[in-house]
Ligand binder design. Structure first.
Ligand code: ADP
Ligand code: MG
Length: 624
C-alpha cells in the first residue's frame, strides 16, 4: 500500500482518543471554551455519566454564524494571537476539541453573540457537518454532546460505570471552580449530587469561600493563607494545618495561570513541605494558584493539559516548599478543630461515635481516646518508669525553676493528681495563655488544662516529642546537635545486617548526635548521644534507628531522610506516657508548646492537644 494522507474524519477520531478519552474530558473542553469566552455563569448537565448527554450552557461572548462553521473544523481556533505559542492566555489553543468531539459523537452547537439579533446552530454527527441554521436563543452558547463515542464503539468499552464517570465529571468541575472563583458553576444530572457555586469576589477571602464550598466548610477553620511573590511568580491560596489531613492527595489543588493542573513536581513539593508534620500516607488539603509569565511555563506538554513544564522547576518547587513550610510554622500550635468536635460528639449522651457527621476523612479518624496509641500503655508499672526520671524533657535553654532532677519523684501518689484544680499552684493569669493552666494529669498520660473559655486535653508524650524534635533541629541548624559523652560506653548486641546498616551511616548518625563504633563481631559501641536524650534507654533507641535505616528509602531526598531519623531520635528523648508530672512541669510544657512552631502535632501528624470550648461543654449538658 502506498503512503497517503489520512481522511480528515479519521484524523479527528484519532485525535479524539487523546483529547476526549472519557466524558469528563469532553466536559472539561467545553467548560474551558466557556471560560475562554468570558462566561460569568456556566451550567453543566449530564446523563448516564455523560455518555448519553453532556450539555454546557454559558453566557459568554458567543460565536457569529461564520465562526460556527469554522469552529468545528480541525485546527480552527481564535486563541493564538499573532501565531505566537509563547503568549497563550486562554485555556484552549489547539483547535482540536470541537472537531474531535464532532467526529465521535453528535455535537449540537447553538450560539448567539451579544450584539446579534438572533442565534445560529450547527450539528456535526460522527464527523458529518450539517448546514448552519438560525435558532432562537438567549445570549451565549449552548452545546450538547449526545451519544459520545457512538462512532467509535471500541472506546465505549473502556468507560467505567455511569456512576464512576459522573464522579470524574464532578471532580473536573470542582477543579475548574477552584481555578475560577468569580464564575458561577452549576452541575446536575443523574448519578451525582448537584453542585452549585455562587460567584465570589476576586479577593483572598472570595477565594477561601470558593475553596471551602468545594472542600467542605471545615476547611476555612482549619487552613492557613499562603501568599508570596518572588521574581514575578505569584503564589496565592490556602492550605490545611497539619492536623487536618486525609488519606488521599485528591484534595490538593494547583492552578497554574488559571489552569487546573495535577503535576508531579507540585505534588512532590507538597509532600516535602509537610514531611516533617505528617506521617506518610496522609495528605493535606490545599488550593494554590500560581501565576507567572506565560513564557516561563509550557502548558503544551499533553493534549489534556493537566501537566505543565516550568522553565525553572527548582525555583518553583523551592517556592512552594518554602511558602508552605513558612505557613505551617506560622500556624504555630493550632490544632484541628475537628478534634474538639469529634470529642464532643463522642461524649454526647446519645453519641454514637460511628455515625458522627464530622468530616470523616480528616483526623483524628477514630474516636478520640483510641486515636492516641499511648492510651493503651497508660499505667506503666513503676519499675519501668525509672528511666523517665531523667531531665531529658527539660530544655537546657530554659531551666525550670523549682524543678531539678533530684526533686523529681518518679512515682507520685495518685491522690496528688486527684486533687481539685484549686489546690494546684497555677496563677489565674495562666488561663489567659492559649493553652491555659494545667489542672490535672489523667492516667499519667493526659494533661487537663483550663483556658479562659474552655478546657484542653494534652497528650504529654506527643507534645513533648514535638518539642524535643524542634529543639534538636534548632541545635543542628545552629551549632550542631550537642552531644553527651557516655561515662561508660554502651555495648549493644545486634544482628550483623543491622550492625552494617548502622556503621554504613556512621557519619550521618554522628551529625545527629549519635557516635557509634564497631565493637567486634555482633555488637556496636555507643560513645556519645544527643544531650537532649540523657537518661534514655540506649538499646531501644539503637534498635529503633536500625529499623529506620532498614526503611531508608533511596528515592527520598537526604534531608528528608535525616529529618525522619531525627524525629525517631526525638521520640526517645520525650517524656513517656505513664510518667507522672508535677504541675510546674505541666505548665512549663504548655508554655513551651506555645513558643514552639509546629507543636500542635506530634512528629507523625497526630494532634498533641484537643480543645473543648465551654460553650460546647454547656451544650453537652443541656445548659444551652
Ligand atoms: P480551542 O479552544 O483550542 O480554540 P476548540 O475546538 O475547543 O479549540 O474551539 C474552537 C473555537 O470555537 C474556539 O477557538 C472559539 O473561538 C470557539 N468556541 C468554542 N466554544 C465556544 C464558546 N462556548 N463560546 C464562544 N466561542 C467558542
Ligand atoms: Mg477549546
Amino acid at each position: 500500500m502506498s503512503v497517503r494522507l489520512l481522511d480528515p474524519v479519521l484524523v479527528n477520531r484519532i485525535a479524539a482518543g487523546e483529547v476526549v478519552e472519557r466524558p469528563a474530558a469532553a466536559v472539561k473542553e467545553l467548560v474551558e471554551n466557556s471560560i475562554d469566552a468570558g462566561a460569568k455563569s456556566i451550567e453543566v448537565f449530564i446523563e448516564s455519566g455523560g455518555r448519553r448527554l453532556i450539555r454546557v450552557v454559558d453566557d459568554g461572548k458567543g460565536m457569529p454564524a461564520e465562526d460556527l462553521a469554522l469552529a468545528v473544523e480541525r485546527h480552527a481556533t481564535s486563541k493564538i494571537p499573532d501565531n505566537d505559542l509563547t503568549h497563550i492566555d486562554t485555556l484552549g489553543f489547539r483547535g482540536e476539541a470541537l472537531p474531535s468531539i464532532g467526529a465521535v459523537a453528535k455535537l449540537f452547537i447553538q450560539s448567539r453573540p451579544h450584539n446579534a439579533d438572533q442565534g445560529f446552530s450547527i450539528t456535526v454527527t460522527g464527523g458529518n457537518k450539517d448546514v448552519v441554521r438560525p435558532v432562537a436563543l438567549p445570549f451565549g452558547t449552548r452545546i450538547e454532546i449526545t451519544d459520545l463515542f457512538f462512532a467509535t464503539p471500541a472506546r465505549l468499552k473502556f468507560l467505567k460505570s455511569d456512576r464512576t464517570e459522573a464522579q470524574t465529571v464532578v471532580e473536573i468541575i470542582k477543579r475548574l471552580a477552584i481555578a475560577h472563583p468569580s464564575i458561577r458553576f452549576t452541575l446536575s444530572g443523574d448519578h451525582l449530587t448537584s453542585l452549585s457555586y455562587a460567584p465570589e469576589e476576586e479577593t483572598p477571602s472570595g477565594f477561601l469561600r470558593r475553596i471551602s464550598r468545594v472542600l467542605g466548610a471545615e476547611f476555612a477553620d482549619n487552613s492557613m493563607p499562603v501568599a508570596v511573590e518572588r521574581e514575578g511568580v505569584h503564589l496565592n491560596g490556602f492550605a490545611s494545618i497539619p492536623t487536618f489531613h486525609r488519606n488521599t492527595s485528591t484534595y490538593i489543588y494547583f492552578v497554574v495561570n488559571g489552569r487546573p493542573v495535577r503535576d508531579k513536581l507540585l505534588l512532590g513539593a507538597v509532600s516535602g513541605a509537610y514531611s516533617d508534620v505528617l506521617m506518610s500516607g496522609r495528605y493535606p488539603s490545599l488550593a494554590i494558584a500560581i501565576d507567572l509569565a506565560p513564557k516561563d511555563v509550557d502548558v503544551n506538554v499533553h493534549p489534556a493539559k493537566t501537566e505543565v513544564r516550568f522553565k525553572d522547576p527548582a525555583f518553583i518547587r523551592g517556592m512552594v516548599v518554602g511558602s508552605l513550610k513558612d505557613a505551617i510554622t506560622r500556624s504555630g500550635f493550632r490544632s484541628s478543630t475537628t478534634g474538639g468536635a469529634k470529642t464532643l460528639e463522642a461524649m454526647r449522651p446519645d453519641g454514637n461515635i460511628q455515625n458522627n457527621n464530622v468530616n470523616p476523612s480528616s483526623v483524628p479518624s477514630q474516636p478520640f481516646f483510641s486515636s492516641f496509641p499511648s492510651a493503651k500503655r497508660s499505667f506503666i508499672p513503676p519499675s519501668r518508669q525509672a528511666y523517665s526520671t531523667s531531665n531529658s524533657w527539660q530544655s537546657p535553654s530554659r531551666p525550670l525553676s523549682g524543678f531539678s532532677e533530684s526533686e523529681q519523684t518518679p512515682v507520685q501518689s495518685p491522690s496528688f493528681h486527684e486533687t481539685s484544680s484549686s489546690d494546684l499552684s497555677h496563677s489565674p493569669k495562666d488561663e489567659n495563655y492559649p493553652l491555659g493552666a494545667a489542672c490535672a494529669q489523667l492516667h499519667g498520660t493526659y494533661i487537663v488544662s483550663q483556658t479562659s473559655d474552655g478546657m484542653i486535653l494534652i497528650d504529654q508524650h506527643a507534645a513533648h516529642e514535638r518539642l524535643v524534635y524542634e529543639r534538636l533541629k534548632k541545635e543542628r541548624d545552629e551549632n550542631g546537635i550537642s552531644r553527651q559523652i557516655l561515662l561508660i560506653p554502651e555495648v549493644i548486641e545486634l544482628d550483623p545486617s543491622e550492625i552494617s546498616r548502622i556503621l554504613d551511616h556512621e557519619k550521618e548518625l554522628s551529625e545527629l548526635g549519635l557516635v557509634v563504633e564497631a565493637f567486634g563481631e555482633g555488637a556496636i559501641l555507643i560513645r556519645e548521644i544527643p544531650s537532649q536524650l540523657s537518661g534514655t534507654k540506649i538499646r531501644s533507641l539503637i534498635e529503633d534507628i536500625a529499623g529506620a535505616l532498614a526503611e531508608w528509602n533511596t528515592a527520598h531526598p537526604l534531608a528528608e531522610k535525616l529529618d525522619a531519623l531525627l524525629s525517631r531520635i526525638a521520640c526517645h528523648g520525650s517524656v513517656r506516657a505513664g510518667r507522672m508530672m508535677r504541675p510546674e512541669e505541666m505548665n512549663t510544657l504548655l508554655r513551651e508548646m506555645e513558643a514552639t512552631p509546629l507543636s500542635a502535632q506530634c512528629n507523625h501528624g497526630r494532634p498533641t492537644y484537643i480543645e473543648l470550648k465551654l460553650n460546647d461543654i454547656e451544650k453537652l449538658f443541656g445548659r444551652k
